[in-house]
Ligand binder design. Sequence first.
Ligand code: CU
Length: 360
Amino acid sequence: VTQFTKKGAIVSDKTPNTTSRRSFLRGASLGVGIPVVGGLLAACTQQLAPTPGAPAVQMQHEEPAAPAGQMTFDEMDAMHEAGIKAFVAGGQTATLGNQPLEPRLDGNVKVFDLVCSKVQWEVTAGKFIEAWTYNGTMPGPEIRVTEGDTVRLVVTNNLDESTAVHPHGVMVPNNMDGVPFVTQPPIKPGETFVYEFVAKNPGSHMYHSHHNSTKQVGKGLLGAFIIEPKNKAQDPAYDLDYTIIMNDQNGGFTFNGKGFPATAPLTAKLGQKVRIRYMNEGLLIHPMHLHGLPQLVFARDGWNLPQPYMCDTVNVAPGERWDVIVDCSEPGVWAFHCHVLSHAENDHGMFGMVTALIIS
Ligand SMILES: [Cu+2]
């Protein structure tokens, strides 16, 4: 029996570990662990329902690695395994960022109400940080419209400093560009500002603060702004659509506002094609590496490439969006992480920018 303390340290009896992280993942990827994959999928569907009384395992990047020599190899392995087990159990946080926001209709205008406010945001199980948010989540809600739609963003500032919203990558009239003292006055605390424009250029875009932005975007004032093309045939065909928004300030290294093991896995059925939209809202580059399966890169910053190409690591610089297709041709649990290794793993196990593509 292995027990977990609140700080993530592990108290174990003499029972030897029979499944290391590597053999666990290897078994799954070789196909001998299909029941394991099924179990993972079952666990993932329960992700929004934290297990009552489940151990709080914290794998935080701020946690200083124990000095060399203070952990035995078994202790180190046990900490690595604990992180994987927590991920499989569903990460154990109750909130999700980047959730679809249904617009209300004013005539033919799609209206999205965005309220800027501070909340306590759970980055990993039990670890809360102060986040500055749109509508209470980090990232803010996903705004998704269709090319040609008229879009209105009604932004109310309930923060205690001014702000503004920049539709990043979206082609808008100059006065809708969201840069204080360049295209508009700042939205002061208590004020509301209305942005309205026609969504012209389809693709994967973002919206974020453009005021005191190192702090405000870092704190969480960011989100996905997706414009679907009128002609869907202009993109490669896909069955599932995932977005991974990266940030590297508030709460450490995060995908969609969560650090491993609280990150959400991507799940797919064998043979499906998965579209992944990478969006980097951080200060650092994040080369996204998927194990086992190549990525077909077909768009950058919302613009389809004249010549799509295959790779296994897609470097995503700050401000960039890259769209890829993964052909899920091999079942298993495929590790999927930023390949700046200090954003993903240390003595205490995997943390931060780590998730998995689970194909069953
Ligand atoms: Cu990274």
